[in-house]
Design a protein. Structure first.
Length: 300
């Protein structure tokens, strides 16, 4: 462990290991992804997709290794035992920092199928990583605001079509569809601007999870509701690399898939949208209360 070194030096070493790990695996990913692109047949995809997943899982394992090498994090985790790496899951989580992604990948790697994130369209152009996300079939979404969609309703249909197309690919092999319902990282400024009714969370957006359930709800074994808490404050990306992730608390609840919402038309039926929103709001009320309890100082 390198925790005896100055924090900036730890951060530099961690960034180098992170970059080298990506540069090692991405060319291999692209080789198989291009083969799949040139031979767009289901039989080929069914053989190549597991190879791509195995490469990604090895990549994540090496990330976990350098995290252990550069960090002295205390992990308080409950709810990840007994999960099935050969099934389908719909995963949702609160979102505070880029470190959330490393935490989720570290904890769920080999426990459930590879997490597939819905990404902002702009992230497609991130050097190296954009190509990796494309190779792994991570869907890129435009994520227009509700105000913009009211002015340009035709764009709503495009995001729905992109979601359905992505879910068709996800249905071929076991996959964990990952959704940050808040749509962005929590900050006090965003919380105030939204006038969020939750103490620790931004307002959730039901659209993404609703479309995933509509598209492939019968495939999902369960919903994994994940809550991440950083008792010492959420680190930004550089602080995370510098080894300042001292403590992290993670709670995972396995929830049944709501069958009454699974086959309903979220886009076309107002009553369905209201039902989804009520369901998501209750999830968020429960999560907000759980975060408050987890942040309470221990009783003496």
């Amino acid at each position: 462990m390198l925790t005896f070194l100055p924090a900036p030096l730890i951060g530099g070493i961690a960034f180098l290991l992170l970059a080298l790990n990506a540069l090692f695996w991405v060319p291999t990913l692209l080789l198989f992804a291009l083969l799949k692109l040139l031979l767009p047949f289901k039989a080929i995809r069914l053989r190549i997709d597991p190879v791509l997943v195995a490469i990604a899982e090895a990549w994540i394992s090496f990330n976990s290794a350098w995290m252990k090498f550069t960090q002295r994090t205390r992990w308080d985790v409950e709810g990840i035992d007994g999960l099935d790496p050969h099934s389908w899951y719909l995963v949702n989580c609160n979102h505070q920092t880029w470190a959330d992604i490393f935490v989720l990948q570290h904890l769920f790697n080999h426990r459930i199928p590879l997490l597939k994130f819905f990404l902002k369209q702009q992230l497609m152009w991130v050097p190296v990583m954009g190509l990796a996300w494309w190779a792994l079939d991570f869907p890129f979404m435009r994520r227009h605001s509700e105000e913009y969609l009211r002015q340009h309703p035709e764009m709503r249909g495009k995001d729905q079509a992109a979601t359905r197309k992505a879910c068709e690919k996800f249905a071929l092999i076991p996959t964990s569809v990952m959704n940050f319902l808040e749509g962005t990282r929590f900050t006090p400024a965003k919380h105030e601007r939204q006038q969020s009714p939750y103490r620790h969370l931004l307002k959730p957006k039901a659209g993404g999870i609703a479309l995933a359930l509509n598209a492939m709800g019968e495939k999902f074994h369960a919903i994994l509701d994940v809550t991440i808490v950083y008792p010492d404050g959420a680190p930004d990306f550089w602080e995370f690399l510098c080894g300042k992730l001292q403590r992290v608390i993670v709670r995972v609840q396995t929830l049944p898939v709501p069958e009454h919402l699974m086959k309903s038309d979220y886009a076309g039926d107002a009553a369905t949208r209201e039902g989804f929103q009520r369901w998501v709001q209750q999830l968020w009320l429960d999560k907000d209360a759980q975060i408050s309890l987890l942040l309470e100082p221990p009783r003496r």
